[in-house]
Design a protein around this ligand. Structure first.
Ligand SMILES: C[S@@+](CC[C@H](N)C(=O)[O-])C[C@H]1O[C@@H](n2cnc3c(N)ncnc32)[C@H](O)[C@@H]1O
Length: 227
């Protein structure tokens, strides 16, 4: 299920918001990929400028370090899901993890991520489908900026991120505030909790694309050790 795209992306006040609004208005996975193929080369500059001030990658990496990576970080193996150009991987590298893998829909975004030199492995993947990774592979899975309008829906993605996480490991993600309830994310989390798969460490609201005034839910799930 693709995250809903109500096409009423906020009115663009600058050229740099154009791609952001188009991305959120994607009506299909193919449209979304085509958009990021065009956006990749200028993405880092645009989301980093003061008009957008995309603070989520750094805030999420800080939360990941605080909640999960502060002890034994050098042994941690991380999956950065929807890694894009690698902003989260670069921020997570501060934790000196053992290895960071990335998956993303867009080959052009991945090729920028490859240039960071941070990632061990980078693979094209559609997160609206099952993820081609084994159960319990990662100590921590990050997913930042990808649970947003017109991108990736809650099902099967949230369950898949939990599946590839080790017992007692963390899924650390952002979900655009506008789709947390209407997009079915909160309900899917409640289902995973009711099934005894995860516990919610936090679902607090944080700044996201700060220049745009957007907030996101910082969702941290801990996979329950059922053995
Ligand atoms: C706003 S960017 C966020 C990238 C990076 N995590 C960051 O914070 O800068 C959203 C990313 O989601 C990816 N994406 C969109 N739909 C996807 C899908 N169905 N499966 C995997 N990745 C997807 C895009 O290619 C893009 O790189």
């Amino acid at each position: 299920m693709l995250a809903p795209a109500p096409i009423q992306a906020k009115a663009s006040s600058s050229a740099t918001e154009l791609y952001l609004n188009q991305a959120r208005a994607s009506g299909s996975t193919e449209d979304c990929m085509a958009l990021y193929e065009k956006w990749a080369a200028s993405y880092d500059d645009e989301v980093g400028d003061s008009a957008q001030n995309y603070v989520a990658p750094v805030l999420v990496a800080q939360a990941a370090i605080k909640y999960g990576l502060s002890h034994g970080a050098t042994n941690s193996v991380i999956l950065d899901a929807g890694c894009g150009t690698g902003l989260v991987g670069v921020a997570l590298a501060m934790a000196q993890a053992k290895a960071i893998d990335g998956i993303d829909l867009s080959p052009a975004m991945l090729s920028i991520a490859r240039k960071t030199g941070i990632y061990r492995d980078l693979t094209v993947a559609d997160m609206n489908r099952p993820i081609d990774k084994s159960d319990g592979t990662y100590d921590l899975v990050s997913c930042v900026g990808t649970f947003t309008l017109g991108h990736v829906g809650p099902n099967p993605a949230l369950r898949e991120l939990v599946r590839v996480t080790k017992h007692n490991g963390l899924v650390v993600s952002t979900i655009l505030e506008d789709i947390w309830v209407p997009g079915g994310f909160k309900a899917e989390v409640e289902k995973l909790v009711a099934e005894g798969l995860v516990k919610v460490v936090t679902d607090e609201l944080i700044d996201y694309v700060k220049g745009h005034g957007d907030k996101a839910v910082l969702l941290i799930l801990e996979k329950i050790d059922r053995d």
